[in-house]
Ligand binder design. Structure first.
Ligand SMILES: [Fe+2]
Ligand SMILES: [Fe+2]
Length: 252
């Protein structure tokens, strides 16, 4: 089943929890003249997500389907949405539009560059390209400037059927989740690169009021600090690992 919570004005978080993998898949519907759904979701979840959207608006009227990067939980059901909503269009990074959407999407995607704006009525979105953050060449985020909601995809991933919205620390549960993944087949969730800090600082400078996360609780409070502190968590888990592996290479 799904759960719907309005986490910021007009921003509806539609959460589907999969108990077998202890993971929430969160989708964000932002109502406006031109409604935007962020995360098309998994193909298999399309029927349930479609039902959920129907309780909020007529899905045929969706105008934009946004996502961060090419991965099934981000955009697997994109074409299902493009079929039910005749005026809908994918919106993603230029890289995503060139490399993936040109072949994958039923209709051409709307490609955005860093700091380009998309106005949907009373809401407007700033696009920031974030290659390989959280992962994927084509990755990017959208910042809804009217109520300062950062649609931040897999950043701050937390496991479990947690609260829709919290002002408590999400970095500890995030670190616990990625360390849990490190011990199994889902290791190396995100790379830590020489650009990670710079990109997180760029997102922090937007000074968001809410972080809309794909997996786990959305966060409100000092989002700039959470984004700045995320660098250390990522560095601890993946940066140090890289350093250790390099040392091993030298020794070997
Ligand atoms: Fe992802
Ligand atoms: Fe994800």
């Amino acid at each position: 089943m799904y759960k719907i919570n309005e986490i910021a004005p007009d921003v509806y978080r539609i959460s589907i929890f999969i108990p077998d993998i202890q993971l929430q898949f969160n989708h964000f519907l932002i109502k406006d003249d031109e409604p935007l759904l962020y995360h098309a979701g998994l193909k298999q979840l399309f029927p349930i997500l479609h039902e959920a959207v129907k309780t909020l608006m007529d899905p045929k009227l969706l105008r934009w389907i946004g996502f961060s990067h090419f991965e099934v939980d981000e955009c697997g059901a994109l074409n299902e949405w493009l079929q039910v909503a005749p005026h809908a269009q994918a919106v993603c990074s230029e890289i995503g539009a060139i490399v993936n959407m040109s072949d994958f999407a039923l209709r051409p995607a709307y490609a955005m560059k860093t700091n380009e704006m998309l106005q949907t009525g009373k809401h407007k979105y700033r696009f920031i390209q974030t290659p390989h953050l959280p992962h994927g060449w084509d990755a990017g985020v959208m910042f809804e400037e009217t109520n300062k909601t950062l649609l931040c995809s897999d950043l701050f991933h937390q496991n479990g059927d947690v609260a829709a919205l919290t002002d408590k620390d999400i970095l500890e549960p995030h670190k616990a989740a990625i360390l849990f993944y490190e011990a199994g087949p889902l290791m190396d969730y995100a790379p830590y690169t020489h650009k990670t800090r710079k990109m997180l600082d760029q997102l922090a400078a937007l000074n968001p009021q809410t972080l809309a996360t794909m997996h786990g609780s959305s966060f409100y409070g000092d989002c700039a600090k959470a984004l700045t502190d995320l660098d250390q968590v990522m560095k601890d888990v993946w940066g140090e690992k890289l350093a250790t592996e390099s040392k091993l290479d030298i020794v070997g």
